[in-house]
Design a protein around this ligand. Structure first.
Ligand SMILES: Nc1ncnc2c1ncn2[C@@H]1O[C@H](COP(=O)(O)OP(=O)(O)OP(=O)(O)O)[C@@H](O)[C@H]1O
Ligand SMILES: [Mg+2]
Length: 394
């Protein structure tokens, strides 16, 4: 399907070398990597600590400049303002402004994307409900638990209705219910045709939702393919039946012995995953408390995300009207002071960013190391200026 269209991400010989103060190579974080990501795919970027996942993600976002190779995102330079508009990003570290409430946080990011006040309100209501945080909308983000902050981060990544989402460790800090909700949410986004790249150390999460994985080690791609290609054991069979009565089982075993000529075989009972069991226990407990104590909405979050119709209605509403003219999804700045929700300064930011980067729909580039180093320094300066701009919005 998607294979015919322009890839969402295309990397050829992509390399990133970090240098020390004297310009000597310090770490080859990404080393001659080739990969493509296609429209509508959910791709897992896996690898042990320090294998180059976040560096790859930051190059896709245009926050780091590649030392070598070429990289195009949505057919353009990763640093083009038009590219950034279409991307939603959840960074691996929390970056939320601790003095803002949940809704002020989303309002702030909505304003950066130049959404009207009415549109911001509409989206914020729906997003808060979608990530199960409507009850905490007026609480300051600084008071949130890790999982609550993660949920707000996810809502923020979706405020601009992005076609392409990059989620760095989206389930980190979430309890099993939260993980399940995030996974269901990503599956729903996929159904809506969104492209998603996820990094995670939780392999079961990746296995549940990804179509394809790319496994990095030492900055190189060690394995890539669909989960079926990589995980199916083709030289074995599994037959699952209802529990068989002993005479049938005996006949079956005799038949297998006769045909397998001494080869070993195994018959056992399938096992549920611990996640399935845990969710069942919790949901049952919730259902009981609703009956006995008359609590309504105890299981609201889980219901909301698993109920196809309801959640689709929200997604429909959220995605029917795209953002008027959102600004670049820059790496959010760390602001320690409270910010009074002001009218959007997005047009100014947008102009500024275009002026600072001097980039628009540029073609994918391939540069010498010195040029790359120079560009990286320029990009660092741009990011620093953008941080200043963001923090001056008090
Ligand atoms: N700004 C930087 N300056 C110098 N070296 C860096 C920088 N960022 C990353 N590196 C190095 O690049 C390598 C890859 O780091 P990266 O953050 O991409 O790994 P990762 O796969 O995301 O790891 P984790 O699972 O721990 O998040 C590491 O050796 C790291 O020390
Ligand atoms: Mg990382």
């Amino acid at each position: 399907m998607a294979q015919q269209s322009t890839p969402v991400v295309s990397a050829v010989g992509l390399t990133k070398v970090f240098r020390d103060f004297w310009g000597r190579p310090k770490a080859k974080a990404v080393n001659d990597v080739d990969f493509e990501i296609h429209e509508g795919e959910v791709v897992g970027l896996l690898g042990p600590n320090g294998s180059g996942k976040s560096t790859t993600v930051k190059m896709i976002l245009g926050l780091l400049y590649p030392t070598g190779g070429s990289l195009s995102v949505l057919g353009r330079s990763p640093r083009a303002v038009e590219t950034k508009r279409e991307i939603g990003y959840l960074p691996e570290e929390s970056y939320l402004y601790k003095y803002l409430t949940a809704e002020e946080t989303l309002d702030f990011f909505g304003a950066l994307f130049n959404l009207s006040k009415a549109e911001r309100r509409r989206r914020i209501d729906q997003l808060l409900e979608m990530v199960g945080m409507a009850h905490a909308r007026r609480r300051r983000v600084g008071e949130f638990s890790k999982g609550m902050a993660r949920r707000i981060g996810l809502a923020q990544a979706m405020i601009n209705d992005p076609a392409f989402l990059i989620l760095d460790e989206p389930t980190s800090g979430l309890d099993p219910l939260g993980c399940k909700e995030v996974k269901d949410l990503i599956t729903m986004l996929k159904k809506r045709g969104k492209t998603v790249v996820i990094t995670s150390h939780l392999l079961s999460d990746i296995e549940d939702i990804c179509d394809r994985v790319i496994i990095l080690y030492g900055g190189r791609v060690r394995a890539t393919g669909t989960l079926n290609e990589l995980l199916t054991v083709n030289n074995e069979n599994r037959i699952i039946t209802p529990a068989l009565p002993p005479p049938v089982m005996n006949r079956l075993v005799a038949l297998l012995r006769e045909n397998l000529q001494g080869e070993e075989f195994r018959i056992d009972h399938p096992r549920r995953t611990l996640e399935e069991f845990f969710l069942e226990v919790i949901n049952r407990a919730k259902a009981e408390s609703i009956e006995t104590a008359g609590v309504v909405g105890g299981g609201k979050i889980a219901e909301y995300l698993s109920e196809e119709e309801k959640s689709n209605a929200v997604l429909d509403a959220l995605m029917s009207e795209s953002a008027a003219s959102p600004v670049a999804a820059a790496e959010p700045a760390v602001v320690e002071e409270p910010i009074v929700a002001a009218e959007p300064t997005a047009p100014v930011l947008e102009e500024k960013l275009a002026e600072l980067t001097g980039e628009s729909a540029a073609a994918p580039e391939s540069k010498t190391e010195e040029e790359a180093q120079k560009k990286q320094e320029e990009l660092d300066a741009v990011n620093a200026k953008l941080d200043d701009l963001l923090s001056s919005r008090k």
